[in-house]
Design a protein around this ligand. Sequence first.
Ligand code: 0A1
Ligand code: ZN
Length: 881
Amino acid sequence: MRSETAPAIRLEDYQPPVYRIEKVHLTVKLDPAETEVVATLSVARQADVQAGTPLVLDGDELSLRELKLNGEVLPDDGYTVSPDKLEIHAPPSKPFDLKITTQINPEANTKLMGLYRSSGTYCTQCEAEGFRRITYFLDRPDVLAIYTTRVEAPKNDCPVLLANGNLMEKGDIDGTDRHYALWHDPHPKPAYLFALVAGNLAQVPDRFTTASDKKVDLNIYVEHGNEGLCSWAMDSLKRSMKWDEDVFGREYDLDVFNIVAVSDFNMGAMENKGLNIFNDKYVLADPETATDQDYANIEAVIAHEYFHNWTGNRITCRDWFQLCLKEGLTVFRDQEFTSDMRSRPVKRITDVRLLKTHQFPEDAGPLAHPVRPRVYHEINNFYTATVYEKGAEVVRMLKTVLGDEGFHKGLDLYFDRHDGEATTIEAFLTCFEDTTGTDLSQFALWYEQAGTPVVSVASAYDADRQTYSLSLSQEIPPVPGQRSSKPAVIPLRFGLLGPDGKDMHATSASGIKISGDVLLMEKSRHEITFSGISSQPVMSLLRAFSAPVRIDQKFATADLQFLAARDNDPFNRWQAVQSLAMQELVRLTGTLRHGKLGAPADGVVSVFGAVLNDQNLDPALKALALTLPSEADIAQEIGKNVDPDAILAARKQLRQAIARQFHGALRAAALEFAPRGDYSPDAETAGKRALSNRAAYYYAVSNTEDAAQFTWDRFSSADNMTDRLAGLMLLVHDHMPGETAALDLYLSRHEKSSLAMDKWFMVQATAPGDGTLATIKSLFSHPLYDATNPNRVRALLQSFATGNATQFARPDGAGFELVAESVLEIDKRNPQVASRLLTSFRSWRALDANRCALAESALMKISSCEDLSRDSRDIIDRTLQ
Ligand code: 0A1
Ligand code: ZN
């Protein structure tokens, strides 16, 4: 039978729960295959609900062993049960206790949702709907309960026993080889924040004293042998705790904060109250195995999960449609943290690149959805770039629109008013309306409408009148299920650059609301006139990327060159270099498609030379400015009839032209900026390393005599992973001499480190060239390939599908087939990993006709599979719609 599409869950159908569960007492008797869970729930009927209304609890693959109500075994006709539901037909009208005993099999749990084992450690993942795989429950975020958890396990196998909250008691279980720990979490929480861990883990302890002098024990638990890899994560945690006090006035609220690193995890990390569980790649680091990017990611993810304690845990979501309430706000908070810890412009550029490569294509394809979706079939598929990254952009715009003070007052009210609640986007926005008196009803459309607005810009200067006029219009291109749209509130930070590169100041302006340096679009069209403009200005619009929109503005090359050299907004300086490169790359791609080889324009190449030689640019910013738009970015810009081979070739042409023209300066920069001395992951040193490696990236294709040797030396003499991986990528992706030897050397050096080996798989999967497919197939049987480990699968397959456009979209269809077959195979074990891999087809309709047909047939093959998971069925149905 064909797998059924799960029923649609709609926001408009939301109903409050008919029963409350106020307290939960859990006893979890751990066993690899037969874990017993005894849950005692204190249940009360809501006041406005009729007595005798059935209580329907969620389950998922559960088997019920015993059921008691107020201490009495419930007769068979008092309830109905199945693996995914337990219904008590006529519960008492007074509050009652329900004692449910279930049995589960952690060892067989390959979905990694609920209670499972990772390298022998028992751990849980309950967001979004995993708690129902542990016991029958009202598994919805608006049911908040106080949890007490008793964990029991053999002392030898599991010396460490953890759960949420504070430790109350620990001891041996008489007459057995087992022991127990009793944890109590005084903060009411939804079930998705429940967690438990048990295993033989090493503990890395530390301490933090809060602003009000409360001592908090901090622990990171890792596999034995990894204790030395936790210092960066611990340091990041302490800085996060301090920063949240200083910037948002938020203190930690338990006696202990535990982090556990596990090697099998579907996502990045999870903010369970007082017991964060992490994918180990966001905890473990040393210079030998982690890159600068890994260090930055660890800092950001540790901060993100910690910040959830207030935005997500203390105040949670009423229902899963409100996911962006916690995620958008928490991403915004972690972005701000990184900006304060590192360089604000560098962080902004990095985040916008991420948004444009992941969220913009999502918003332009069949999987587009509003930041707050109105309907879902499988909530696991909505942990998306739109909810997270666009959600953060919306919070950032709120700050821009209200100003810093208004924004912080509104947030303070939010924390005060909704602490301990499960709430909504409406309630969040109301706090800002109440504190600032601003009507945010139009702003709220950012949560409702999918698609990236396009802002079209036209301008004219009148020298006689000394006026500069600007026409702005906005439109959202059609999105599946959204034919029309309303004008959004779009804050556009701007500057009118005079010939000296300084911002000019108009004597007056009409046609739009202006606050400081922000133009506030509220209508679909604005005709704006600036007066008192003494010479022709160059408009620098969307500074710091003040809104998640596309700008459609015809720029003269000279103006872009001017902005690239002189804009005093670092983001727009970077953007101008990117726009110049993009124009040229689109032109070269077009030429190549017609079988011709055009030469890159000198004007564009020389802009890269100017950036390289600019002594005043911060190295990290320079490295970013010297980074060409990615293949995916170019494909998006072209929009339809995309030929990835032509894009790859065009990009290579421009890279080579830059390399050949500036090889001397590039070689010098590669050497000069390579930091000397002991490795440090700090932003400044990492920025220098990034510039050094960016220069080496060009030099590798400079056609100079020593380019190959130079690249090999970089790889082989590197004393840290950042440089080693950068060197390896060049050797493998540019198929340079020593490619195979480098892979072998790397393998023998790092075979014991699974995180370092993920990089080895990733480098090979993302190599352009016809041989990659065969390499991937042979890697499937490599002794270190493990199809059950999400990180390894992502390293080989997700990176292939998303980072190797020419091979994934091969004109013979073999790349699509490989991914489709892998999706089907993985889906049987781990639907979340499979459905995420499947999303790599999301831009298939933008490909040229041949590739489009091949992608469709691969997708049809998946769709015709009879027993697809709900996760994959949902993605395939939407992708093909
Ligand atoms: N809330 C976590 C991310 C997360 C989401 C879902 C998961 O399983 C389906 C796991 C983790 C965060 O934002 O970090
Ligand atoms: Zn989050």
